[in-house]
Design a protein around this ligand. Structure first.
Ligand SMILES: NC(=O)C1=CN([C@@H]2O[C@H](COP(=O)(O)OP(=O)(O)OC[C@H]3O[C@@H](n4cnc5c(N)ncnc54)[C@H](OP(=O)(O)O)[C@@H]3O)[C@@H](O)[C@H]2O)C=CC1
Ligand SMILES: O=C(O)[C@@H]1CCC=N1
Length: 276
């Protein structure tokens, strides 16, 4: 990665920061150029012990020497953290990357006290193993260099999709940010049924995870085929798969997925109003 000696500070060392930092370090980003700040120590110590990054309980200290500040606290705390940083240190020249859902750029800039370069980034937790998806949108103040750096940073933990409008971040949340949980929920339900059928918990998990992995690989490795064709290839006329898929259709699976994804988008819009 070029620009690899830029110092990146993560404010908030929870699930999403942990996933991105793990992905960065395993991809060769120097741990000495990463610092994470969190109010409590246990998560920080785990990150330091496992990945060798710098840690602090002081957001301001983390921010002071950083070129790039990743804001990764819960959405309702983003403005408070921005204000804390603005009140205590010189923020000029720093680029901010916010991974928060439902907090728009304008209120963040207001809390930072100037028209700061802010990038909205919507990653997902598979970033931890280099298989993430990140939607990115840059404010007008972001320089080409800063944009390229953010692009390289997030590409090192998965694929990056730049968006034309900030509103599309909300769509990206429904399609990718929240979406690992949809697949986990589906796999959980399948594991539960396998257990009800008498398989052990471990065997149920093994059977379900290998099937999910195989199905995902089939999609990735057959990009000339529509996903619907892959589905049809499993479905013998009058057979077992058809019966299962009919049961899903009767339960309104496609409509339910549409409704669930739309509800995620609606929630992001609602959160942005609360955080404005
Ligand atoms: N989880 C996911 O899959 C995704 C999350 N996001 C976004 O990432 C952000 C973080 O989510 P997630 O990682 O899941 O949440 P977590 O709760 O796991 O992490 C948030 C972290 O912030 C810490 N924190 C609380 N207050 C402060 C503060 N004032 N200063 C610094 N750190 C603080 C918390 O510490 P403590 O626990 O000690 O209070 C916690 O470790 C959210 O805005 C979310 O929208 C985006 C995409 C995907
Ligand atoms: O559930 C949330 O609000 C965050 C954003 C996407 C994934 N987790």
């Amino acid at each position: 990665m070029t620009n690899e000696h830029q110092t990146v500070a993560f404010i908030g060392a929870g699930n999403m920061s942990g996933a991105i930092i793990a992905g960065l370090v395993s991809n060769g980003y120097p741990a000495s150029n990463i610092i994470a700040a969190n109010p409590s120590m246990p998560k920080l110590e785990t990150l330091q012990n496992n990945l060798g990054i710098n840690i602090t309980t002081d957001n301001i200290q983390a921010c002071q020497h950083a070129d790039v500040v990743v804001l990764a606290v819960k959405p309702h705390l983003i403005q408070q953290v921005c204000q804390q940083l603005a009140d205590s240190t010189d923020l000029s020249g720093k680029c901010f990357i916010s991974v928060a859902a439902g907090v728009n750029i304008i209120p963040m800039q207001a809390a930072l006290g100037f028209a700061a370069p802010v990038i909205r980034c919507m990653p997902n937790t598979p970033s931890q193993i280099g298989l993430g998806v990140s939607g990115m949108y840059a404010s007008g103040e972001v320089s080409e260099n800063q944009r390229q750096f953010a692009d390289q940073l997030m590409q090192s933990v998965g694929i990056v999709q730049w968006l034309d409008s900030e509103a599309q971040i909300d769509d990206l949340i429904a399609v990718a940010g929240s979406a690992p949980a949809y697949f986990f929920a589906f796999m959980e339900a399948m594991q539960n049924k396998a257990m009800a059928l008498g398989f052990s918990k471990a065997d149920s998990r093994k059977l379900v995870q290998q099937t999910a992995l195989g199905a995902a690989h089939m999609v990735v490795e057959n990009d000339d085929l529509d996903i619907s064709t892959l589905r049809e290839n499993v479905t013998s006329k009058g057979g077992t798969t058809q019966q299962a898929l009919t049961t899903f259709a009767q339960g309104g699976l496609a409509e339910l997925v549409d409704k669930a994804m739309q509800s995620a988008i609606d929630r992001a819009v609602e959160m942005a109003k609360d955080n404005s």
